[in-house]
Write a protein that binds this ligand. Structure first.
Ligand code: ZN
Ligand code: ZN
Length: 331
């Protein structure tokens, strides 16, 4: 039997009266001496229920709190429950329910990362090394990452929107010393990948299940960081030397120069001079295949055969298919 029923009944009445007005997005699910449940919804994915129970000596003992949610990761629920328990301990002798519910509501508003805390820990744990840097801007939901690989670096921002994962991660370059073509390509592909997480494909296959938006943070960060790690040390399959110049300041910008770096559809990097040479050298049967991965590769200049017109068309088709494949592979 609860010892202070008058206090409790008065508090419950107060909760019924004020909760919805005082706490944005809240709804009372249950409100009686056995249990109080308040649902708090910020977005479709930031929704939870705060379940509270009085102890015998309430309010001189802290209220017992449990947080339930299908969308918020377990670890975060545990962490939030712990902070709420601490809060309750500072409220002894006073009404605790509305205070705790308000605290939880404010937490959801202040923590855009609450819906992707597991993705964030994955990035910190698996993708970031000691020479890199990661900064979390809690309030604005922005992660600033600097990846360093050999002499190359890229600093970029990943913004988690309020409606994440229904809205995609926004990627922005801050600064980098990669050749122009590359950082633009990385960002364009990452952007496309993020878009595909939230937008249904234009051509739907009949057997596909109904489209559901998927979280894009981990996917996007993994892909981009993978590019930033792999390309700086990448070897030209023809001369077996590094494709990028060791000194980023010496990057060849003239696309007719032999040491200009070309990104081929298979994903490997060639020096332009090496690629030209390779296309001029037999064997030609079955088309030229990348020496590193054996994928068929195409080159505008060297694809001109006796049946120019016909071949050019076939080439363009093949290239289009190849590009589609690359994009599919990125998914
Ligand atoms: Zn080369
Ligand atoms: Zn290749």
């Amino acid at each position: 039997m609860l010892s202070n029923m008058d206090f409790i009944n008065k508090e419950l009445e107060d909760v019924r009266k004020r909760c919805v007005d005082d706490i944005p997005g809240s709804e009372i699910v249950a409100c009686h001496p056995a249990a109080v449940r308040i649902r708090i919804v910020r977005t479709k994915y930031k929704r939870l229920e705060v379940c509270m129970q009085f102890q015998n000596k309430y309010p001189d003992e802290p209220i017992i709190i449990e947080i339930k949610s299908k969308t918020v990761p377990d670890k975060l629920k545990e962490g939030l429950t712990k902070i709420c328990d601490e809060q309750a301990k500072t409220l002894l002798g006073k009404p605790q329910i509305l205070h705790i519910a308000k605290f939880v509501q404010q937490f959801l508003a202040d923590n855009p990362f609450s819906v992707c805390s597991e993705e964030v820990s994955f990035i910190k744990r698996e993708l970031i090394t000691e020479k890199d840097e990661i900064k979390m801007k809690q309030k604005s939901g922005v992660i600033v990452i600097t990846i360093r690989e050999t002499e190359y670096f890229m600093k970029f921002r990943l913004k988690v929107p309020d409606l994440y994962p229904e809205q995609q991660i926004v990627i922005e370059n801050v600064e980098n010393n990669f050749p122009d073509l590359f950082h633009k390509m990385f960002l364009a592909q990452t952007e496309e990948m993020a878009r595909r997480c939230v937008q249904p494909p234009l051509r739907k296959k009949p057997k596909d299940p109904p489209f559901e938006p998927a979280p894009s943070l981990k996917k996007v960060a993994s892909y981009l960081i993978d590019c930033l790690r792999n390309y700086p040390g990448s070897i030209c399959p023809v001369c077996r030397e590094r494709a990028f110049t060791p000194n980023p300041e010496h990057t060849v910008k003239d696309d007719t120069h032999g040491r200009y770096v070309v990104w081929v559809y298979c994903g490997h990097l060639f020096h332009k001079g090496c690629l030209d040479e390779f296309f001029k050298t037999p064997p030609f049967t079955g088309g030229k295949k990348c020496p590193s991965c054996q994928k068929r590769i195409y080159h505008d200049k060297w694809n001109i055969t006796p049946k120019v017109a016909e071949d050019r068309w076939a080439h363009q088709e093949a290239r289009r298919r190849e590009l589609d494949e690359v994009v599919d592979f990125l998914q």
